[in-house]
Design a protein around this ligand. Sequence first.
Ligand SMILES: [Zn+2]
Length: 315
Amino acid sequence: MADVSGKRAVGPAIGVDVGGTRIKAGRVDETGRVEARSVIEVGDARTEEDIVARIAAVVGNLDAGGALPIGLAAAGVIDPIAGCVLESPNFPSWGHFALADRVGAATGRPVSLENDANAVVFGEAIAGAGRGAANVLGYTLGTGVGGGLVLGGHIWRGERGMAGELGHVTVEPDGRTCGCGNRGCLEQYAGQVGIRRTMRERGGAMATLAEHASAPARLAELARGGDADAQAIFQSVGGYLGMAVAALIHTLDVTTILLCGGIAAAAPLFVPAMEAELRARTFRSMSAGVQILVGTLGADAGIVGAAAIASGANG
Ligand SMILES: [Zn+2]
């Protein structure tokens, strides 16, 4: 494996994760360590001006009077070359918002912008679980399922900056409807929303538990305690992930698979089924050597990845 991380500094830079409920920022050093953090709640003030002002505030908290570059990570359809948010699920009123330029004007610093899942996977690839791997196929298993591809040490953005929508790969031809317009997307089975849908379909106590605020974590507790229904649900999560990964291994011949996000905390409950499924669906010589890793940066991954991009680590 070509070593990527050893050649490129991750910082110093400010990484900012622009979420729908809070803006989380960190000052990241050259090794990828988060030296200091600042968090601001978004609250009800959600216009473009409001968010630019909040980002400027967290940057000021971390690097007052300094000139560190800023890396932003945000959900939605992003044009990373232009630094624009084209569509945002968290801020539906935004339209073609030149977020990077606006933050640059407000702070006087160079600013980059990246899709949040790409930033998470890049952070883990350069400074976390995937450190040292030139090629990483990463899934963010949160409310939904996102993903990112690092190929040859760089984020693969596709022709129009939209690549890495790994949660919308079909795993059930006539399956559950998805917000993207497709049916049977991986996201509808392997993210929090998908797991809740599976629990509701099972009925009884599972359907009741599905409405609990932390249903996936409760389900994981049940599975660890030996509950066969809960274990079967996690096995189905693994099966669908394995099916999706098998297609990508055949396509890309990548051997480092990375799992990030809240659901990844339950990896021991579903990775064995995932491995079995991907082995069953791939040439033996292609599944040989494939490793499934769990992210080590946790909630910092997006901040670290965004800072690394701001530092030029993505080229
Ligand atoms: Zn979809």
